[in-house]
Design a protein around this ligand. Structure first.
Ligand SMILES: [Zn+2]
Length: 286
């Protein structure tokens, strides 16, 4: 039973999330309804499975971080990720300007939806990859990203333990670029669902064995090394859902099946959401 869960959880939950999202859209559900129901449902499955096949049983207990991470998911993640809805009018106007300038939208809307979703992921991953590398490369940006790396365990809430400005960078580039080149709403919605569920998997405390899938997707087996305290392990595997740009730019590092870095963590952060969000701007920030 454990072996089956280790092999099948990731592909089944990812596929089910995409198929359910597509079916809801086909039946006339709004993109907003799909985005606020499908990823949380998949997340609930992942949270439950953390208690069935945890990678580290000690990561299940609160490390004094749970309350702050709950505030992060609301204020640092959801609030920032809903911004495109607020500036929707400006994005649509920009998209119309691009389409008007070119005579038509540059996005291949005639391609099958599945292929468009894959293309959208590859395109948005380039932005997320570039930002992630910059967050590690430049001191002021690293102070922001250190909030994400400061966790001493990996579990489902790590995906959204981010500084709001970091989230803003990602939203302002990847998602905006897709809207402006004319990606249709249903493709954008399925892409968003895929990315949201993949991010929860990426940080989940799950003992998965994904074999060849580790070469394409940024799975927990691969990504936990990015949260190592060893610099050489951290500076690799920057992809969010896919590792395609790590391949292209030579930062893909093979990791042993079921292996783990000796220690997880980064700069020490004060407890409390506001203390963490303001930490990068204090002189003592690490
Ligand atoms: Zn990082």
């Amino acid at each position: 039973m454990k072996r089956a869960l280790q092999l099948a959880t990731f592909p089944l939950v990812m596929a089910a999330s995409v198929l359910v999202a597509a079916a809801m859209l086909a039946r006339g559900a709004s993109p907003l309804l799909v985005i606020v129901t499908v990823p949380p449902a998949a997340g609930a499955i992942i949270i439950a499975l953390e208690w069935v096949i945890p990678f580290r049983r000690e990561w299940l207990r609160d490390h004094g971080d749970f309350r702050t991470d709950c505030v992060h998911i609301v204020l640092s993640a959801w609030a920032v990720e809903s911004l495109p809805l607020v500036v929707n009018g400006a994005l649509v106007a920009a998209a119309a300007a691009v389409a008007g300038g070119l005579g038509r939208a540059p996005w291949p809307v005639e391609w099958p939806v599945g292929v468009q979703v894959a293309l959208a992921l590859v395109v948005s991953e380039l932005f997320h990859y570039a930002i992630h590398r910059a967050l590690h490369r430049f001191g002021p940006l690293w102070r922001l990203h250190a909030v994400h790396h400061s966790s001493t365990r990996l579990y489902w809430l790590n995906a959204t333990r981010v500084h709001p400005l970091e989230g803003l960078f990602h939203i302002a580039t990847g998602a905006t670029a897709l809207v402006i080149v004319g990606v249709p709403a249903d493709v954008l919605t399925i892409h968003t669902v895929f990315l949201a569920v993949a991010r929860v998997f990426q940080h989940a405390n799950l003992d998965l064995r994904l074999g060849p899938l580790n070469w394409l997707f940024s799975t927990p087996e691969v990504h936990r090394f990015h949260h190592s305290t060893v610099r050489a392990e951290v500076e690799a595997n920057y992809g969010t859902a896919l590792l395609v740009w790590d391949w292209v730019f030579g930062t893909r590092r093979a990791t042993p099946a079921g292996g783990a870095p000796a220690q997880i963590g980064g700069p020490t952060m004060p407890p409390g959401w506001w203390a963490q969000v303001s930490a990068p701007f204090r002189r003592t920030a690490g």
